[in-house]
Design a protein around this ligand. Structure first.
Ligand code: ADP
Ligand code: MG
Length: 653
C-alpha cells in the first residue's frame, strides 16, 4: 500500500488529529439511528487510546452550510461514542480558538476529545488554508479514517494533511485494501450488482466494472433506462432518456467484452409511489402506461440469485427498488439475502442506501465487507483518484524496510502464541514492515495475537490451486481466510525438499497475488551453480519464470528475498560483497522484467543468516531493503533487536 498507517508510527504521548466520518442519521429525539459508521471507526480510536495517544476527533454532521446550527451539534454522537467506548469523550464547543487550544493542551495520554461539527465553519468545504492550519496546529500527527468523505477536498480531509505528517486509520486501511482488491485482482467469476436511482450517477463505475466483471446485474431505477433503450415502454417510471446513447454504448461494450448483462425480466409496478400502494407484477415488456416500476419482480430475483451462485466475488451497490417503502422492498431484501447466503464468494457492499438496506435487514455480519462509503467507494472503483488519499500518498520510489520472521518447522502451539505476543508488544510501529511466518497450524492463533498490532502475518508456503485434491497442501485463500496477508514462495527448503521448481513457484506466486496477498519470492543459487559460475543466470531464470505475467501494479505487494543457498550449512559465509553483487543484479533484472517504476517499489531483502550483529551491515548495502530472518526470529529479544537496528534505531550490540 502506498500509505503510512497509524500502526506505522509511534503515537505514545503525541496529539493525533483523527478525521472520522460520523455523519450519522439522528432520530427526532436526537438519538443515533444507525451507529455503524461510529462502530467502524472504533478500532482506530481504541488503538490510539491503548497506545497512549492524545486523540482529537473531528467530523462533520449534515449540511449546516458554514453556520452554527444547534440541531447539527455533534453532542448526541459524542454521547453515543462515550457509551460505546465506556469512557468520557469530551465535546469541545468549537474547532479552533483559544478555548479549544487550551483544552487540547491539558490532555493526558489516552484522553479523547471531539471537536464540534467542522462544517459550522465556512472554511471547511472551501478548503480554507487558515482553517486547515488551525486544525493542524492542534496536533502532531494527522490520521484520516473517513473513507466516506475521501472524495472531498475539504480543510479537514485534505488541507490539514499539507501541514502535518499524515497517515490512514485502520478503517481506511481496510476500505482501501478491500476495494483495491476488487479493482485490481478479484477472483473470477466476478459479478457486480448495480441498482439505485440514476444511471447518470453511476455511469463511470458501470463502465469501469465492465472491464472487470463476468456479469453485471442491473436493478433499481437505473435499469429502467436500459429497458427503455431496448425499446420497452416503462410507463411513468423514473428514467433518463438523455442517457440513452451512453446506455446503448454500455450494452454494446458488454457484448464486445463478453460480459453477461442481466436486466429485469419482470418488475413490480405501482400507480402511486406511497406506502400502502397497490402493486402488480408484470413482465418488463408490459409495464402499464400510467404505472411506475418500483422494484424487480420475483422471477428476476430468482434469476439474479442463481447468477450470484456462480460467483467467487460479488460487489453490490444500489437497491433493487424503492426499498424505503415496504411494499416495494422485496427485491432489495431478496438480493441482500442472496448475498448473505453465498458461501464460496467474497461479498462486498458499498453505497449509502444499499448499505442501509443490509443493516436494516440485520445481514451486515454475513457480508464480507460493508463499506462505510457511498460516493467515495464508487469513485474509487471507477479508478478515480480521491483527493484526501492523494494528499496522503507517499512519494514513489520510497521503499519501507521489510523484516520477516520465518519460524520454519519450529515452535509449539503455546510457544508460537507467546512469541508473537512478545514481538508485538516490543514493536509498536515504526518505519519498518514486520511479518511473522508461523507454521500453518498456528497461523490463526498467532493472528489473534497480532490483530490491532503493527506486526503482519504470513504463511510459509501456499499452493497454486485454491482448492482440490492436494493432500497436505494449503492454499493462499485458506491462509487469507485465517488472517494471513503474505506468503513465502520458492524458499530454498521448498525447492530442495519438496521439489518446487520455477514453474511451481510461478504458480504459487500468481495464486497468492490473485488471492490479494503479498508474496515473498525467494531466489538463490546452490554451491554447484555458483562453482560453475552460473549464479547470475540461475537467479535471473528464477525471476523470469516466477514473475511471468505478474502485473506491474503488484509491485508493492512483492518482496524478493535473496538466499545464498551455497552459504547455508557449508561453512562458507556470504560476505557483504557477495550479497551486494547479487542484490544489485536482482534490482537490474527486476527493472528489465517489470519496468523501472514497478522495480523501484519491489523490496529486495537478504534471506541468508541474519543476527542482531550483522543486520546493520547488511542493511547498509544500497539495494537491500530488509531481511528474511530464520533462527534469530525464534527469540523475541533477538528479533526485536534486528527490527530496531534495521530501522536505524538503537545503538550498540
Ligand atoms: P446507493 O446510495 O446505494 O448508491 P442510490 O443513491 O443510487 O443508491 O439510490 C438509492 C435510491 O434509489 C433509493 O432511495 C431508492 O428509493 C431509489 N430507487 C431504487 N429503485 C428505484 C426505482 N425503480 N424508481 C425510483 N427510485 C428508485
Ligand atoms: Mg445514495
Amino acid at each position: 500500500m502506498d500509505f503510512l498507517s497509524v500502526k506505522d508510527v509511534s503515537v505514545a504521548g503525541r496529539r493525533v488529529l483523527v478525521r472520522v466520518d460520523f455523519n450519522v442519521p439522528l432520530t427526532e429525539s436526537d438519538a443515533v439511528a444507525d451507529d455503524s459508521r461510529i462502530r467502524a471507526a472504533l478500532p482506530t480510536i481504541r488503538f490510539l487510546r491503548e497506545h497512549g495517544a492524545k486523540t482529537i476527533l473531528v467530523s462533520h454532521l449534515g449540511r449546516p452550510g458554514g453556520r452554527r446550527v444547534p440541531d447539527l451539534s455533534l453532542a448526541p454522537v459524542v454521547r453515543w461514542l462515550s457509551r460505546l467506548l465506556d469512557i468520557e469523550v469530551r465535546l469541545l464547543d468549537d474547532v479552533t480558538g483559544r478555548r479549544v487550544k487550551r483544552a487540547v493542551e491539558s490532555m493526558e495520554p489516552g484522553d479523547i476529545v471531539f471537536l464540534e461539527n467542522v462544517r459550522f465553519h465556512p472554511g471547511e468545504t472551501e478548503n480554507d488554508p487558515r482553517l486547515a492550519r488551525d486544525l493542524a496546529g492542534l496536533a502532531d500527527i494527522y490520521v484520516n479514517d473517513a473513507f466516506g468523505t475521501a472524495h472531498r477536498m475539504h480543510a479537514s480531509t485534505y488541507g490539514v494533511a499539507e501541514y502535518l505528517p499524515g497517515m490512514i486509520g485502520l478503517l481506511m486501511e481496510r476500505e482501501i485494501e478491500t476495494l483495491t482488491h476488487l479493482r485490481e485482482g478479484p477472483q473470477s467469476p466476478y459479478v457486480a450488482v448495480l441498482g439505485g436511482a440514476k444511471i447518470s450517477d453511476k455511469l463511470a463505475v458501470c463502465r469501469e466494472l465492465l472491464n472487470k466483471v463476468d456479469a453485471l446485474i442491473l436493478g433499481g431505477g437505473l435499469a429502467n433506462t436500459f429497458l427503455l433503450c431496448l425499446g420497452y415502454s416503462v410507463g411513468k417510471s423514473l428514467v433518463e432518456p438523455e442517457m440513452i446513447p451512453e446506455v446503448r454504448s454500455v450494452i454494446a461494450e458488454a457484448g464486445s467484452k463478453d460480459v453477461d448483462l442481466l436486466m429485469p425480466l419482470d418488475v413490480v409496478v405501482a400507480e402511486v409511489i406511497s406506502p400502502g400502494a397497490e402493486t402488480r407484477v408484470v413482465s418488463s415488456s408490459e409495464v402499464p402506461r400510467n404505472w411506475s416500476i418500483v422494484d424487480i419482480g420475483p422471477r428476476t430475483a430468482t434469476r439474479y440469485a442463481e447468477k450470484l451462485q456462480e460467483a467467487r466475488t460479488v460487489f453490490w451497490n444500489g437497491p433493487m427498488g424503492i426499498f424505503e417503502i415496504s411494499e416495494f422492498s422485496e427485491g432489495t431484501e431478496r438480493m441482500a439475502e442472496s448475498l448473505a447466503r453465498l458461501e464460496g464468494a467474497t461479498t462486498v457492499v458499498g453505497g449509502g442506501e444499499s448499505v442501509e438496506a443490509i443493516q436494516r435487514l440485520g445481514l451486515a455480519d454475513r457480508i464480507d465487507f460493508v463499506s462505510t462509503a457511498g460516493g467515495a467507494a464508487l469513485s474509487f472503483l471507477a479508478g478515480r483518484q480521491l483527493p484526501s488519499l492523494q494528499v496522503l500518498q507517499r512519494p514513489e520510489g520510497e521503499r519501507r524496510p521489510w523484516i520477516g520472521g520465518n519460524w520454519k518447522m519450529n515452535t509449539r502451539r503455546d510457544e508460537a502464541r507467546q512469541l508473537a505476543r512478545d514481538i508485538a508488544a516490543g514493536y509498536n510501529g515504526g518505519s519498518t514492515d514486520v511479518v511473522l511466518f508461523p507454521p500453518h497450524p498456528f497461523v490463526e492463533s498467532v493472528g489473534e495475537e497480532l490483530t490491532g498490532t503493527s506486526v503482519g502475518l504470513g504463511g510459509q508456503d501456499s499452493h497454486w490451486e485454491d482448492t482440490g485434491a492436494f493432500t497436505g497442501a494449503v492454499s493462499a485463500l485458506m491462509l487469507r481466510s485465517v488472517g494471513a496477508r503474505t506468503v513465502l514462495v520458492g524458499h530454498s527448503e521448498c525447492r530442495e525438499h519438496f521439489g518446487d521448481d520455477d514453474d511451481r513457484v510461478h504458480g504459487k506466486l500468481a495464486a497468492a497475488l490473485e488471492a490479494g496477498m503479498s508474496a515473498v519470492l525467494c531466489v538463490g543459487e546452490t554451491l554447484t551453480e555458483r562453482e560453475e559460475g552460473n549464479h547470475f543466470e540461475t537467479v535471473t531464470g528464477q525471476l523470469e519464470v516466477a514473475l511471468k505475467a505478474v502485473p506491474r501494479n503488484s509491485s508493492r505487494k512483492l518482496v524478493v528475498a535473496y538466499e545464498p543457498v551455497w552459504a547455508i550449512g557449508t561453512g562458507r559465509p556470504a560476505l557483504p560483497r557477495d550479497i551486494n553483487e547479487m542484490t544489485a543484479h536482482l534490482r537490474t533484472e527486476l527493472q528489465r522484467l517489470m519496468g523501472p517504476d514497478a522495480a523501484g517499489r519491489i523490496r529486495v531483502v537478504y534471506g541468508g543468516s541474519i543476527t542482531p550483529g550483522n543486520i546493520r551491515e547488511v542493511m547498509e548495502l544500497p539495494e537491500v531493503d530488509g531481511a528474511l530472518v530464520g533462527g534469530a526470529s525464534l527469540r523475541a529479544d533477538s528479533f526485536l533487536r534486528i527490527i530496531r537496528r534495521a530501522s536505524g534505531e538503537g545503538e550498540g550490540v
